[in-house]
Structures are given as C-alpha cells and as structure tokens.
Ligand binder design. Sequence first.
Ligand SMILES: Cc1cc2nc3c(=O)[nH]c(=O)nc-3n(C[C@H](O)[C@H](O)[C@H](O)COP(=O)(O)OP(=O)(O)OC[C@H]3O[C@@H](n4cnc5c(N)ncnc54)[C@H](O)[C@@H]3O)c2cc1C
Length: 438
Amino acid sequence: MHSVNTPSRHVSAAASAPDSWYHASAIRHFRATRPLAGTRQADVVIIGAGFTGISAALDLATHGLQVVVLEANQVGAGASGRNGGLACSGWRHDQAWFEARVGLADARKLWALSEAAKADLLTRINQLGIDADWTPGQIFAAHTPGMMQALDNDAAHMAETYGYVMPQRLDRDQVAEALGTSVYHGGWRDPSAGHVHPLKLLFGLAEAAVTAGAVLHEGSQVLEVGQHGAKRFARTATGKIIADHVLLCGDGYLDGIHKEVEARVLPIGSFMIATEPLERDSPILPQRDSVMDTRFVVNYWRKTADHRLIFGGGEKYTPSWPGDVEAFVKANLVKIYPSLKQVRVSHAWGGALGITPTRLPYLRELEPGLLSASGYSGQGVVLAPYFGRILAACVLKRHSEYDVLARLPVPPFPGGRALRWPMLTAAMSWYALRDKLP
Ligand SMILES: Cc1cc2nc3c(=O)[nH]c(=O)nc-3n(C[C@H](O)[C@H](O)[C@H](O)COP(=O)(O)OP(=O)(O)OC[C@H]3O[C@@H](n4cnc5c(N)ncnc54)[C@H](O)[C@@H]3O)c2cc1C
C-alpha cells in the first residue's frame, strides 16, 4: 500500500502532491514554467491551479488576456486532484432549504445554475476531447427509513416545482442489487449525474489553458496580495506579478491570504482509499454507478474503469490527520461491504476541502479587482470549474450568475478566526454522532 503523503499533517497546510491513485493513473501533457522569478505585469493573476483557477485561466486566456497562474505546489495537488470524482446534481442542500432561505425565485436560479454547471462540464469534456473517464449514473442511498422518506419527498418536490424527474426509485431490494450490499433502505438513481477521473479532467483543462496562452508557475506559493497603485499584486518568495485582477482560487489550501475568506471558508479533511481491481463479476456496483449515502458524514464510492473501488468515508474537523488513513477509511467501507474486509488497498490519501458555515460556496468581489471563489463544501467537481468561468466572466465584464451567488448567505464562522476550529469541531462532532443514531 502506498502511504499518504502529508508532511505537516495539517489540513490547511500547503498542498503537497498526494500519493493517490489518481496521480498514479493520469498523465500530464503540458509543461509548467519554473517557479516565478522577478517582477512581471499581466492582466490577471490567479492563485491556485485546481478546477477553479485553471478553469478561469482557460476562459481568460482564450479571450486573449495575459494570464499568470501561481500554484504553491503542482497542478492538482489540491482537492481537485484528490477527490471522489462524483459529479453531482444540485447543491449541498435540497431546493426546499433554498426556498425557505432565499425565496423561490432565487432558488430556481440556483437550481438552473447547478444544472448549467453539470451540462457545461460535459460539454467542455467533449469539446476539448478530454479523456476523463466520464461515467453516468449516481445513486443516493438512504441509511434509515426516515431518510428514504425524505428522498421520496424531495424527488416529488423536484418533479413538481422544477420539472426535474429522476426516473428510477430503488426499493430496498433494488438498491441492494445496484450496490451489492443490503445495508441501505432504498434510494434514487440520478442518470444525469455521474463520475469522472478528476485529475485527468484537470490535466485536460490545464493543457487547454496552457495552449491558449496561460502561463503557469508551479512551486510558487503566494505569500501576500495587495494594492499597487491602481493595480493589484501577488507576491511569492521569489517574484511578484502586478495585474489588473487577482483571483483567489485556493479553496481549502488558501491560508493567511485574505481575512474575509478565511473567516468563512475553513478546510476540513476528507479521506479516500482505492482498492486493487475487484473481480470482473463482483456484485458490487455492477453498473459502475457512483454512490453517496444520506449520512451527514457522507460515504461516497464508485468503481473505476479498471474495476477498483474508490471509497471515501470519514472526515476530520480538527487540524490533525488520522495516523493511519487506510484503517480510518476502511472501517467505513467494511461496514457497507463486510466481504471486503480482506481486500487489498493500493492507495490511501486525504485532502482538504473548503466548507462554509451554511455549506454554500463563497464567491465575491472582495475589493475592486480582487475576486474569490471557494467553499464548495464537497460539491466542487461540478461547481468549481463553473465558478472559475463565472470569475472569468466578471473579469471580462460579461453576463454571469454573479449576483445570485453574491446574495447567498455565507456568514463568518461563529467565534471568529480564533475560535472557528473548536466551534466547528464541536458542531460537526454532534452531527456526526447523529449519524450513529437509528
Ligand atoms: C478527499 C476529497 C474528496 C472529495 N470528493 C468530492 C466529490 O466526490 N465530488 C465533489 O463534487 N467534490 C468533492 N470534493 C471537493 C472538491 O474536490 C473541491 O471542491 C474542488 O476540487 C475545489 O477546487 P478548487 O480549484 O477550488 O481548489 P483545489 O483543487 O483545492 O485547488 C487549490 C489550489 O490552490 C493552491 N494554493 C493554495 N494557496 C496558495 C497560495 N497561497 N499560493 C499558490 N497556490 C496556492 C493549492 O496548492 C491548490 O493546488 C472532495 C474533496 C476532497 C479533499
């Protein structure tokens, strides 16, 4: 088994390239330039080379702007190269939640945005010819009868109010057959959601961005952003970019750069394993659907093209990582698939993802020319590339969904920056405890 590579074992530490199955199975066809050296001018400087930053860079470079991306580590060293690959519909909340908080009109706009983001991901994959292992089909599995009722209610509401019809309700037997386990009480299958190899996707977008003219500096951690006359700057230990716009795209890895973002977006650790390939006739996920269950600390999994199980389960709300990631995650896997107790795990890794107190992304123009998008709260495979496009549209002064997103309620974490960790740990541990109740 390859061990997880976390030098500082702190979820908010700058990303190091993880020893994930993704990094072992994706090839990059683009070159980055060396770490930034000296002072240069550009139209836009982007901090972070994950889905958000690379997607913004691609659009901006395609429109002829001089774009520099500064990445502390490597492309894909952050969550975009470590995640479960689940490309989900919607948001972390159901639409009824939005209706109660932002009203039906904005709730409709937000649903339309999430659908546009999902469609846009597939369009881009096809147009750019990215081999991202896209596989359609996602099952929501209910871990209690009450949650099955909640899924049924949600499906009825979505059909009635949004015209979104999920055709396949799975009863207890059907979900058992689809998943290869009898621990769930039923579920719904969403054929328009699915899963991807996230690092292949990111490398494909990065290749297109570099081809379009974006300049990418890896090994270039930004230490400070600030004002330079009428312009802005981003400074690393060895250089500085002066630009009209700075885009903060560091999500859970951005640390100490902007206090407004830091007060609202907190990194939590999420952990994954990849097994050795299962038997071709294994009853587990015969259709290769992706799955997420209804637990607050969600379990999510899928089968790769070469029949490995990629499984994520368990989160950490403290700055430290589990000592043994494989054991931490496998304990959850075995609760669902006891037959996999002896399965060999080829890779185990973890990563930081940005969450906000309301589990809504935080997209804002913080100051003129300084924009930020982060805090996708576990839904970034679909949302982050699209939010990168929205950032680019803001820079290009084109129409986008900025206004409805800027209206989303994303307050600072209670307790301010100093107390946000202990408060989060207490709150999340309480919700995690509720998962264990019948
Ligand atoms: C284990 C795990 C599983 C997940 N599973 C799913 C899933 O199945 N489905 C889903 O939708 N979402 C999932 N997510 C969330 C999703 O991966 C993220 O929401 C998304 O990748 C965020 O993309 P991003 O580009 O904003 O940030 P990232 O991909 O994290 O990229 C940020 C980059 O910024 C760089 N950076 C930070 N600070 C600086 C600095 N000061 N200077 C220079 N560079 C800097 C970092 O090195 C990093 O490369 C998961 C996340 C994790 C960690």
